[in-house]
Ligand binder design. Structure first.
Ligand code: AVJ
Length: 317
């Protein structure tokens, strides 16, 4: 396993982002710090909720289309950004295996523990597969990722939706810059649909998403010596129709004063003040095609389920 991002680097970038975001108005935090051990568990739980259709829709699509995707990609290497538990990856690995060209799987994640777990399981299941895990932050290390053959780079789970439009242009531009001609980018994307269904997916009846959102405060408490009282905040998921995205926030139930001892920072919340913790942008075929082409991708292929809830897109560099 290669480490481009140590636990200390991650803490350092959390410190910088928390200082910037919590001092801003309105206040915000980037979602990548949700995924500590508890956060990753809660996210896995979210993917099994009845309201949260993206994971199971993506899995069904992959089950049906993995072979077409693998054939079209012509890849020798699957590099997966934000691989997490590498659960859906197996469908792609099986299909790539059947092309006879697959040699290597490169899972990339900010969580060393998630990577180790996923790689241990895969090593056992697939003795012939070379595993080159990389602990990295794909906002920083795209240019340093391994190229042990022609790659298909996968970003599944609609993770691209965490970026706003300018963020996506920057991200897709860096991905394109890190790729060789003929390599493929596979994106899983959640599509624009009925707002009621979208809000339900981010505000489930069992309250798991609320716990996931509030866990961000626990991460700050532990990593930065903060003293947030999670009980003093409420989970909010709102559909922003203009920007076509779900916005997750935490709302202060009362005025609050929070000390972040390791940042030497005190922040104040008014009653009702909101902290933006996550954007989850939803996509349309035409705008995705435009954004990919603008970033330097070509030969787009698009697969969707019968309800057009979710899409897989393969683009070539
Ligand atoms: C992993 C970022 C794609 O936006 O749907 C799920 C995270 N947040 N429920 C998403 C998430 C709340 C998820 N992504």
């Amino acid at each position: 396993m290669t480490t481009l991002l140590t636990a200390d680097d991650l803490r350092q970038s959390l410190a910088e982002d928390a200082r910037t975001g919590l001092s801003a108005s309105p206040k915000w935090l980037p979602p990548k710090y949700f995924y500590d051990e508890r956060g990753s568990e809660l996210f896995e739980e979210i993917t099994r909720l009845p309201e949260y259709y993206p994971t199971r829709t993506e899995r069904a699509l992959l089950t049906e289309r993995a072979q077409e995707i693998a054939d079209a990609s012509d890849a020798e290497v699957l590099l997966e950004l934000g691989s997490g538990s590498s659960e859906k990856t197996r469908l792609l690995l099986d299909a790539l295996d059947r092309t006879g060209r697959l040699t290597t799987y490169v899972p990339v994640d900010v969580s060393a523990s998630a990577l180790t777990q996923a790689m241990d399981a895969l090593a056992e299941e697939r003795p012939g597969l070379v595993l080159e895990g990389v602990v990295a932050d794909f906002d920083r290390h795209l240019g340093q990722l391994p190229t042990p053959g022609r790659r298909m780079i996968a970003l599944l789970g609609s993770t691209l939706g965490n970026y706003d439009r300018p963020g996506r242009a920057r991200f897709l531009g860096s991905v394109a810059a890190a790729m060789r001609p003929g390599e493929g980018l596979l994106l899983g994307l959640d599509l624009v649909k009925d707002p009621g269904q979208l809000v339900a997916a981010y505000d489930d009846a069992a309250g798991v998403t609320a716990e996931f959102n509030l866990n961000a405060l626990r991460v700050l408490n532990r990593s930065l010596g903060a003293d947030f009282d999670p009980d003093g905040f409420r989970h909010l998921a709102r559909w922003n129709a203009e920007e076509e995205r779900i916005e997750m926030r935490l709302v202060a139930q009362d005025p609050a004063r929070v000390e972040l001892s390791e940042l030497d920072l005190v922040i104040e919340f008014d009653k009702g003040e909101e902290l933006l913790t996550e954007l989850s942008c939803k996509f349309r075929r035409d705008s995705v095609a435009g954004e990919l082409e603008a970033a330097g991708f070509r030969d787009l292929r698009w697969w969707t389920d019968p309800d057009e809830a979710y899409a897989l897109v393969l683009a070539k560099r």
